[in-house]
Design a protein around this ligand. Structure first.
Ligand SMILES: Nc1nc2c(c(=O)[nH]1)N[C@H]1C(S)=C(S)[C@@H](COP(=O)(O)OP(=O)(O)OC[C@H]3O[C@@H](n4cnc5c(N)ncnc54)[C@H](O)[C@@H]3O)O[C@H]1N2
Ligand code: MOO
Length: 177
């Protein structure tokens, strides 16, 4: 029989005891300080960060095409012909109400104008929006779903929600520089 180290009267401790012993080596509580984001890479958050804004900030189009003021039900809900009431490009706001049964040209990222709630991709329209038509024709209006191709304000992070919890590791990709 070979002699093992257990036979030498070694003092064994449990995993929990070992953890506690290690914990006493860590200086606690850790301090906190306010520093700029540029210095924050590799640090940890001392406090939870609550989102001060909605992400995305506005309800906006996920596709280039038209934003419809789609009636909830009844006449017009599945209409193919849609009069164009104007346009809103990414970076712009359009504050005028779009009447039910009308649409506006929209590009990806542009906030949906009041009255609209549904987007149809340009590929699913019969005419080119570049020709500035007076109305568009949707290729398959029976497939329309309320809210399609729309990103709701706050759907990624709602205002007031936890954006990053206390203790979260900080790395440059979180703030982009
Ligand atoms: N009707 C449709 N709409 C959309 C479709 C679709 O298939 N049909 N696809 C969707 C998808 S998926 C995406 S993703 C977005 C893409 O639209 P974006 O506006 O986000 O992107 P681009 O049109 O490619 O424009 C990017 C723009 O940025 C310039 N660029 C690139 N790198 C830089 C940089 N480092 N700094 C500054 N600018 C940069 C690039 O040259 C382009 O001009 O569309 C949906 N909609
Ligand atoms: O080309 Mo996209 O799929 O939203 O990044």
């Amino acid at each position: 029989m070979t002699l093992s180290c257990f036979d030498l009267g070694e003092q064994m401790i449990s995993v929990d005891e070992a953890r506690q012993a290690l914990a006493t080596l860590i200086e606690r509580p850790l301090g906190s300080e306010s520093i700029s984001l540029a210095q924050a890479h590799g640090r940890r958050l001392a406090a939870t960060v609550q989102a001060p804004i909605n992400v995305p900030q506005n309800t906006n189009a996920a596709m280039d095409g038209v934003a419809l003021a789609l009636p909830k039900r009844g006449v017009g809900a599945k209409q193919a012909h849609w009069p164009l009431a104007g346009e809103v490009l990414a970076g712009q706001y359009r504050r005028e109400l779009v009447p039910a049964g009308h649409c506006v040209r929209i590009t990806t990222g542009a906030p949906l104008p009041p009255g609209t709630d549904t987007v149809v991709m340009s590929e699913q329209l019969r005419e080119s929006l570049d020709e500035q038509p007076a109305h568009v024709i949707i290729a398959s209006p029976e497939l329309l779903k309320h809210g399609q191709h729309v990103r709701q304000a706050g759907e990624d992070i709602a205002i007031g929600d936890t954006a990053l919890p206390e203790g979260h590791g900080l790395m440059r990709r979180l703030w982009g520089f």
